[in-house]
Design a protein around this ligand. Structure first.
Ligand code: ATP
Ligand code: MG
Length: 405
């Protein structure tokens, strides 16, 4: 499906110019790994990085103008970095498979003459030969340009063409070209990229949503707020009841005081989860479970998805959880994503306990410059951190002791 090797963000709130991993113009960068943890003091841009992913998802679902207004972004004028003269821009450098040539997606959003945000430029590029500059297979400026059909070909900056080029003009420059063209089968690479973006899971889990009464409808994936947690459990149970019971046993061994979790099919077809708790004769249903228990339960369901989503973003997974579970939760999350070539988990965190299970290359540190804008670097780029980690010092302990961050 794909793996993000790097991301470049310009003029998005406090992120005036940041690069993570390897991108087209930063080929010297080390590609992002499977786990990317972002740390840094309050106000330094962690949630803003999460929101870049949310913003892209909103641009896909709606249009760029609505995306600028959604999720408390406050419209383009509030979203763009203060004082910026250039447009807001995002670049994603990704590889569909480990042996595929990397693809660069560039998106620039600006205000039109009516002061409304629109897609100023959108471009997808991929290298055709082993070496050499990549060729664009989608290039739209102000809604006009070209796209290439099929699985290869493109146009380079000198105008050399390879493959089947089609002139394109969009009727609405507030919509992304990848959404319009990715709906057509002949634009194979655009379609693949679009389905990769659509498969992202941005977690905004709230225990109260998970407590809501849920209709009986098996669903393979947890939704943003986790309000379908029972439906996901029902799906897992239906697909493979023995396997699901194993997952439950595994989860239950990590939850404090829980002896057993059992799926229960109600007479109306609904699925409920029964939690048998030490010391009590009667079981509790999920509505009565604590916030932290529900959260851990949701995270473990997420780790056991049958066809896992390739990119998951969780903000501050430690919130509401007892500090002693955090290192093992982080360790399990890390092992889970490392098992698969293309699975990536992005998290933001304030917890040294969580960071204790991570490696220096996993962790990205945000700090603010004198101009008020954020900069970012890997924990492994700080002096001594790699050496101390090699000697067995935990990364979270180093962070807490101010070796970095
Ligand atoms: N348009 C903008 N231009 C420049 N900076 C901005 C802009 N909008 C917001 N900011 C800055 O971004 C900060 C918010 O950053 P963000 O919410 O990403 O921080 P965080 O690292 O998630 O903090 P916390 O740890 O408290 O959650 C604001 O405090 C403000 O300083
Ligand atoms: Mg935040």
């Amino acid at each position: 499906m794909g793996k993000v090797e790097g991301i470049e963000i310009r003029n998005f709130g406090p992120l005036k110019d940041i690069v993570m991993g390897r991108t087209l113009s930063h080929q010297e960068g080390i590609p992002l790994g499977n786990l990317i943890a972002i740390i840094g003091p309050s106000g330094n841009g962690k949630s803003t990085i999460a929101d870049v992913f949310g913003f892209i998802a909103d641009c896909l679902d709606k249009d760029v103008e609505t995306a600028c207004d959604e999720n408390n972004r406050g419209g383009y004028e509030k979203l763009i970095s203060q004082g910026a003269v250039e447009p807001l821009s995002i670049e994603i450098y990704y590889r569909e498979k480990s042996n595929a040539k990397p693809i660069t997606y560039e998106l620039k959003i600006d205000l039109d003459k009516d002061e409304r945000p629109y897609v100023m430029e959108e471009r997808l590029r991929q290298r055709v030969e082993k070496r050499g500059w990549p060729r664009s297979f989608l290039y739209l400026q102000n809604g006009k340009g070209y796209a290439f059909e099929g699985t290869d070909g493109g146009q380079d900056d000198e105008g050399n063409i390879d493959g089947h080029k089609v002139d394109v003009e969009l009727t609405d420059t507030r919509h992304l070209g990848i959404v319009t063209l990715g709906a057509m089968k002949q634009y194979t690479r655009i379609e693949h990229f679009l389905s990769f973006l659509r498969s992202w899971y941005l977690c905004y889990f709230t225990p109260d949503s998970a407590r809501m009464i849920q209709t009986a409808m098996p669903q393979p994936y947890l939704n943003r707020d986790g309000s379908n947690i029972n439906n996901v459990a029902q799906y897992m149970y239906r697909e493979d009841s023995k396997g699901f019971q194993k997952v439950l046993n595994d989860i239950q061994s990590k939850l404090p005081d829980i002896e057993k979790i059992e799926p229960l099919k109600l007479a109306n077809g609904q699925m409920a989860l029964r939690f048998k708790q030490c010391g009590f004769k009667e079981p509790f249903f999920s509505q009565k479970m604590s916030d932290g228990t529900l959260k851990l339960f949701a995270y473990y369901l997420l780790l056991h998805e049958k066809n896992p989503r390739q990119l998951v973003f969780i903000e501050e997974p430690e919130n509401g959880l007892y500090h002693q579970y955090l290192t093992s939760l982080a360790g399990e999350m890390r092992q889970n994503v490392l098992k698969m070539a293309n699975k990536q988990l992005f998290i933001t965190t304030h917890s040294p306990f969580f960071v204790n299970a991570l490696a220096p290359d996993d962790v990205w540190v945000l700090s603010k410059g004198d101009d008020g804008f954020s900069t970012i670097k890997r924990a492994s780029d700080y002096n001594f951190v790699k050496d101390l980690a090699a000697e067995g010092v935990n990364l979270g302990d180093m962070w807490y002791s101010q070796y970095f961050g």
